[in-house]
Design a protein around this ligand. Sequence first.
Ligand code: ADP
Ligand code: MG
Length: 359
Amino acid sequence: MPVIRPLPTAVVNQIAAGEVVERPASVVKELMENAVDAGATRVDVAIERGGADLVRVSDNGRGVAPDELLLAVTNHATSKIASADELFRVGTLGFRGEALASISAISRFLLRSRQEGAAEGAELAVLGGSVGEVAPAGCPVGTTIEVRDLFFNTPVRQKFLKTPQTEIGHVTETFTRVALAAPSVHFTLSHNGRTLHDLPPCGGQGRQDELTGWRERIAALFGDDLAAGLIEVASDEPLEEQQDSGPAGSVRLSGFVAHPSHSRANNRLQYLLLNGRAIRDRALQHALGEAYRGLMITGRSPICFLRLEMPPHLVDVNVHPTKLEVRFVDSGRLYSQLLGTLRSKFLASDLRSLGQQGA
Ligand code: ADP
Ligand code: MG
């Protein structure tokens, strides 16, 4: 007779890792998001051999206390939410408490951290899920996480790793998405000791400053020519009042789209942020395409950098472990808002004069 028994923690984490960590870029995403959640103003990402040998992310954020290092690598342990209701108003990028547990289950992992005001920091090594002892460590305020030899104990996964060039392509794409979502943070990315990106902090406090800062960040990532030709769009649609829950708020759309003459062969230059998180959404991509219909050669894709801000209870970000896909309570309404905002911008403007620099 087969016997039912609970799996050892290391195995559970290794299974969970399959969902969270597909390739080095997944590690980069989780570690960068943790740094942003920790309030860092500077985040350095160092990669070796496409991330197969090393992913190291250092930040100057608030750090982890020595007696919480173990919890940080424990599955379903998080400082970001404490109850199920908070799931519906998540303000941080993380909340599932599974990234560090998963990553450390399938790599040689080192977490080193010091909090402001502490005399020294502490570190914790995890080797393929087997957790070491917390030891004192000299280090600056903030957190450094090193992930070496990803998938060393899951050979099947390791086989799926592509060439360092392909993997660094994915890493760069991930880095770009996180950096776009947090323009006020200074980010750097290096590969095998060579700097690929050094993005100074951009923007100020006000809403207009924020958009200006965003354009600067876009310029730093994609070049001045592309950024200079972008057309600013914005709309703010109030939500209906709910009887019981006070002011209903609004759905705010802001950002930039490119002139129809600046199309692309693929949709890789379409960035969509939802409440500060980079997402992909087929319906909204479709709305974007519809807005350009007739203005752009069929088969080409528009360029956009758009931000959606809405009350968090109108969206479920807990649909997928990587949170790249989300579910909207009213996606039809968003579709119309995006389509309507762009259409009226295009109609109201003389397209020949609109954002034509560098066309
Ligand atoms: P989550 O981000 O969903 O909470 P993680 O596994 O990514 O889960 O991280 C677990 C916990 O470790 C976080 O809730 C946070 O308290 C702490 N942590 C992780 N990375 C950092 C960091 N760079 N700076 C400060 N704290 C961190
Ligand atoms: Mg996290």
